[in-house]
Design a protein around this ligand. Structure first.
Ligand SMILES: [Zn+2]
Length: 217
């Protein structure tokens, strides 16, 4: 047997964000009720449709117990506006978790397994956050969730997603530019897609923002 691996920083954690224009033209913006409150998040969140589908299928796979995993993607900076954003390209369900209907917790083994997996399978990507479900609860972070977030996902650009699979709700918890982190206020995201007319987002608490307003109304 190998000695028990210790947590290693993934090499990609040293990567600076890649310079790229924010892909708002090929995305649809979904807003939470808190997006309009004048809060400035440290990053904007883009989610590919395939990553969204993976998370939703996983979330719906256990309607009684909390379940979750990590969000894999890349960091970017828009060099015109200096705004940072992440693109979530994949979601990996956690295997070494303790599940119960009240809480989900990542263990040390979960994190080590993920770091190794990213290093081997996605060397150009990073852990940009985590997700978990709150069956029959609301969209918030518990004290314990907040502790997990700060302990395992401390970077300003790492986010926490909560999904409620019964009522079909979802929201991202994102640190603000001043470092503030509010476990009761969640944000929406940009759905990244090829055809802007085609959406797969079905969370009832988010509102689609029509940036172009071509259809009137
Ligand atoms: Zn929770």
């Amino acid at each position: 047997m190998n000695p028990k691996p210790s947590i290693r920083l993934q090499p990609s954690e040293a990567l600076q964000p890649t310079a790229a224009p924010m892909p708002t033209d090929s995305a649809q913006h979904w807003c939470s009720p808190f997006d309009a409150n004048g809060l400035f998040t440290a990053v904007k969140v883009f989610v590919t449709q395939s990553a969204y589908a993976i998370m939703c299928v996983h979330a719906a796979g256990d309607m009684e117990n909390e379940t979750g995993g990590i969000l894999v993607g890349r960091r970017y900076i828009d060099n015109e506006t200096n705004e940072e954003f992440i693109v979530i390209e994949n979601a990996l369900p956690a295997r070494h978790t303790r599940q119960g209907n009240v809480f989900l917790t990542f263990t040390q083994d979960t994190i080590v397994t993920f770091h190794n997996e990213i290093e081997e399978r996605y060397p150009d990507k990073q852990i940009v956050g985590w997700y978990h479900t709150h069956p029959r609860m609301g969209i918030f972070l518990s004290h314990y969730d907040t502790w997990l977030h700060n302990h395992f996902f401390p970077e300003p650009w790492q986010v926490a997603l909560v999904i409620e699979p019964h009522k079909k709700l979802g929201g991202f918890f994102i640190r603000q530019t001043d470092g503030d982190f509010d476990p009761t206020r969640y944000f929406g995201f940009y759905e990244l897609e090829i055809n802007p007319q085609w959406s797969i987002v079905h969370w009832n608490n988010l509102q689609r923002v029509d940036g172009n307003n071509h259809e009137g109304g």
